[in-house]
Design a protein around this ligand. Structure first.
Ligand code: FAD
Ligand code: S2G
Ligand code: ZN
Length: 474
């Protein structure tokens, strides 16, 4: 009921009939065309969205997807691509009766070149499984996120996922070399964009258009991307800090004193720690109940050198009274406990009632001001206002929880206030989770008409009958 106003079903789209299902079964085989027990595909992870997807199709090859899209183009049947269904904005959930095209079975192809670190694979691999497979060659995926056990690389590409390593390894754009895409046009065109080469300046690099396209331009079926060498030494430290200004100063010091080995700089405010303590009975690794926890991670090649660097960094922050407490992980177990705190925030919040999730990019000078203003604005109506996130990337996950009774009131206090506030302060209303259904009405905030019109003409170019993931931001 909080989801942004759902647009009415567009009558241009055909409703599927038995002949369609027969055709899908001819393409995929009966067992991969599901019309029963498809709730888990029609509901999203946050349980905010539930679609009426008429059926779920489970292809295992690009050719099968091409045949499906050819048929859907001809019959003008709306299709929503889906991967691991861990998206947090309802992007992979039908708004009405769109057919769900799941890439879960697209996990045959896997090829890795240990000389170049280039991964070339189908999009249905689970992120954590890819981490393990490239790990055998001494490499690591260049991004990591809390949903790694369920999200698929196809979904990560389509949302241009960020995660906890972006500060060090850059966004997925820095690692993308090529994509295999099936277009929703009359032929169901199968197009290979880019190559396996790090340097290939022979085209417009159009594959980058599909990063973050949220299933609206084409179905991504294969990827070629660079992975990074697995660090021999991963160190972490947790600092207790009293003011956000000091957190900003510590970030600058981390960048100079830890330099190239700095790989994560995550923030949790005291309220975030509170929801972890109350709902998961975790305890803070910092015992002085600080206003902020800062989790710093380094990834390097020499354990002794890195440990010493982190030690000097910690000592400096303490002696300069920027942090009032700090501890370096002395074992893999301590490292895991620190990260368990940070990565469990999402789960802890799901136990707190109705959760209004946010994912903003903000300039650091106003990063925490929004949380303070929201706290003042929602006051007693909300249960909790917490802020955690990838501070090193300026990415705030301001989450507000409420009881069922107060939810409508809190929702109206929050939206569109927070989106307008973010855009007014030079931020972005979506840092890494995408737009989906959640932010569709606000996607034009701060965007020029020229840009909007150009982007729309790209949608028409790739998806002439607008059958792919309709009712979303394009
Ligand atoms: P889905 O949710 O299935 O789909 C996501 C979008 O991609 C949809 O719009 C869908 O239509 C489209 N799509 C899927 N497959 C294809 C395809 N093959 N071709 C074209 N379009 C396609 N996100 C972050 O960025 N950073 C985080 O730190 C982070 N932490 C998370 C922690 C938890 C506990 C959870 C539950 C989620 C978190 N997320 C995070 C959000 C989510 O995991 C990411 O958005 C992830 O990239 C989604 O991948 P998925 O495979 O689940 O995709
Ligand atoms: C994170 C997960 C989703 C959320 O933990 O970094 O991206 O907002 C988030 O809880
Ligand atoms: Zn995040």
């Amino acid at each position: 009921r909080f989801a942004s106003q759902t647009p009415p079903r567009d009558t241009r789209y055909a409703r599927i009939n038995d002949a369609d299902l027969k055709n899908f079964e001819k393409i995929l085989g009966k067992s991969y065309v599901k019309t029963e027990e498809i709730d888990s595909f029609n509901k999203d992870w946050t349980k905010w969205y539930s679609g009426n997807g008429a059926c779920v199709l489970l292809p295992s090859t690009s050719e099968e997807i091409s045949a499906i899209l050819r048929h859907c183009h001809e019959r003008r049947i709306a299709v929503v691509p889906q991967a691991g269904n861990t998206g947090l904005v309802g992007g992979g959930i039908p708004v009405h009766d769109e057919v769900i095209l799941s890439v879960r079975r697209m996990n045959r192809e896997f090829d890795f070149d240990p000389d170049t670190g280039v991964l070339s694979c189908d999009v249905g691999h689970v992120l954590e499984e890819l981490e393990g497979k490239v790990g055998e060659f001494g490499y690591m995926m260049p991004f990591d996120l809390g949903a790694k056990g369920s999200c698929l690389i196809g979904g990560n590409l389509s949302t241009c996922a960020g995660g906890i390593r972006l500060l060090r390894y850059g966004s997925l754009h820095s690692h993308l070399l090529g994509l295999r895409v099936v277009l929703p046009d009359a032929k169901g065109s199968l197009v290979e964009f880019g190559s396996e080469l790090r340097k290939d300046n022979t085209s417009l690099h159009a594959h980058h258009l599909f990063l973050g396209s949220e299933g609206q331009l084409g179905v991504i079926t294969g990827v070629k991307m660079t992975c990074v060498t697995k660090p021999i030494s991963v160190q972490s430290a947790m600092l207790g800090v009293n003011t956000f200004d000091e957190c900003r100063k510590i970030l600058r010091i981390a960048k100079t004193k830890l330099g190239e080995i700095l790989s994560s700089f995550e923030l949790m405010d005291r309220e975030t720690i509170g929801v972890l303590e109350d709902n998961l009975q975790f305890s803070n690794v910092i015992k002085t109940n600080p206003r902020f926890n800062i989790l710093v991670e380094t990834s390097g090649t020499n354990i002794d050198h890195d440990r010493e660097k982190v030690d000097n960094f910690l000592e400096y922050c303490l002696s300069e009274r920027l942090a009032n407490d700090g501890v370096q992980a002395k074992s893999a177990e301590e490292h895991r406990l620190m990260w368990r705190l940070r990565e469990s925030a999402t789960i802890a919040l799901t136990l707190d009632g109705i959760v209004f999730k946010n994912d903003f990019s903000l300039p650091l000078h106003s990063f925490y001001q929004l949380t303070e203003e929201v706290r003042a604005r929602v006051g007693g109506a909300a249960k909790r206002v917490v802020c955690y996130g990838h501070m090193g990337d300026g990415n705030s996950h301001l989450n507000v929880t409420s009881t069922k009774e107060n939810a409508d009131r809190v929702y109206k206090m929050l939206y569109p206030f927070v989106y307008e506030w973010v855009v007014k302060h030079g931020g972005s209303i979506s840092a890494e989770h995408g737009i989906g259904q959640l932010k569709r009405p606000y996607v034009n905030l701060g965007k020029s008409t020229e840009e909007r019109n150009l982007i729309r003409s790209l949608k028409t170019l790739f998806d002439p009958r607008e059958i792919l993931n309709p009712y979303k931001f394009l």
